[in-house]
Design a protein around this ligand. Structure first.
Ligand code: PLP
Length: 378
């Protein structure tokens, strides 16, 4: 629980990495009215509240279609399946991402092939993709990491040459823009997470897919609903990955606020970038064409654990995203990668620390984070 103290900060101030209750407090009445409608209608699984969210979300992302799902992990899984990718196929995935990007590939029976990131933007490096291509490669999943769009044109150039699909992992990037276009509308499919802590968060697990391709949209609708388009007729082995009505209603309501929340995140990030003048810290390089959604604000430093302990002593509680790159996770030991395979991703995993960033941070808290970061001497 954070306690703002005006006029400075003392040892009793505690600034959490994220406090989702503050947003709920600001929306309580609207949320209660939106959710009570779902209860009145009894539309709990899929149904009109999910349909309405899907229409609004497709329009927001500038895509022809959007489908509500049960999680971001399921979105990645169904996107890969809907493209007909499966056993024997390979999909290139950045080594530095939340591991669920790779789960999407593994759940479809295909093999994730990891690639390194750019040392400055920390998003997937097209040159590394090039080195990982084989005859089995069918797609690349780029991740808009921490909310910053990846170099889509750079990735698409490699993909087009080899006839590969480009899937966007937009789990951290709702509302981010690449050259003026929304994340989710760039590749063959965009995969979103509406996990509670995300920029657009449900009150439980939820996710979604955007696409401009009617065939992919249709396939996702079937796969999420037991492989069925007509009730009790099952054309293929499917899943129960529908979105709940409550989440549809909550997300429709929250979608109205997402641009103003993301703008607040950008203002906080600018204050951090301008105010933190510590040569021991390095930040994500953001190209001119990227409008960052700042799901996370990450600093890299040589002695990360020491920096973390220092901040905590000052009452600032950071996160780590992520301490182990995918290729070094036990779950993927069978793929045979070793330390040193992807130096940029590995350096990031050792040095990264996520400072508190969420729209409801107070001025005093932002100043306290800046002061604490500037006070770190290594
Ligand atoms: C980059 C990335 N991909 C995928 C996911 C998976 O989303 P979910 O937790 O909704 O399954 C997340 C969320 O944590 C994520 O950050």
């Amino acid at each position: 629980m954070a306690t703002g103290i005006s006029g400075g900060f003392g040892p009793c101030m505690s600034i959490p990495f994220l406090d989702i209750q503050r947003q709920y407090a600001s929306l309580k009445d609207e949320i209660e009215s939106a959710t009570s409608e779902v209860f009145r209608e009894g539309a709990y699984s899929g149904g009109p509240f999910v349909d309405a969210f899907e229409a609004a979300f497709a329009s927001y992302c500038g895509t022809g279609f959007a489908e509500g799902l049960s999680s971001g992990t399921d979105a990645l899984h169904l996107a890969v399946r809907a493209l007909g990718i499966g056993p024997g196929d390979e999909v290139i995935v950045p080594a530095n991402t939340f591991v669920a990007t790779a789960w999407g590939v593994s759940h479809a029976g295909a093999t994730p092939v990891f690639a390194d990131c750019d040392p400055d933007t920390w998003t997937i490096d097209p040159a590394s993709i090039e080195k990982r291509l084989t005859k089995r490669t069918k797609a690349v999943i780029g991740v808009h990491l921490y909310g910053q769009p990846f170099d889509f044109d750079g990735v698409a150039e490699v993909a087009e040459r080899r006839g590969l699909f480009v899937i966007e992992d937009c789990a951290q990037a709702v509302g981010a823009l690449y050259k003026g276009k929304r994340a989710g509308g760039l590749g063959i499919a965009g995969c979103f997470s509406f996990y509670p802590g995300k920029n657009l968060g449900a009150y439980g697990e939820a996710g979604g897919i955007t696409t401009n391709d009617p065939a992919i949209d249709e396939r996702v609708r079937s796969l999420r609903n037991h492989g069925s388009v007509k009730k009790y007729y099952h054309d293929e082995i499917g899943f129960n990955m529908r979105m709940d009505g409550i989440h549809g209603a909550v997300l429709s309501l929250k979608l109205k606020y997402i641009d103003s929340w993301n703008e607040k995140r950008r203002v906080i990030a600018k204050r951090y970038r301008d105010g933190i003048r510590n040569p021991l810290l390095k930040f994500q390089k953001t190209p001119d064409w990227a409008t960052h959604a700042y799901h996370l604000f990450v600093a890299v430093t040589e002695k990360r654990d020491r920096f973390k302990a220092f901040l905590e002593e000052k009452g600032v509680f950071p996160g780590i995203h992520y301490p182990v790159p995918c290729h070094l996770q036990k779950a993927y030991a069978h793929l045979g990668y070793g330390k040193g395979a992807f130096p940029n991703a590995e350096a990031l995993s050792v040095g990264c620390l996520s400072l508190p960033i969420f729209p409801e941070l107070t001025d005093d808290e932002i100043e306290a984070v800046i002061e604490a970061a500037n006070g770190y001497a290594g």
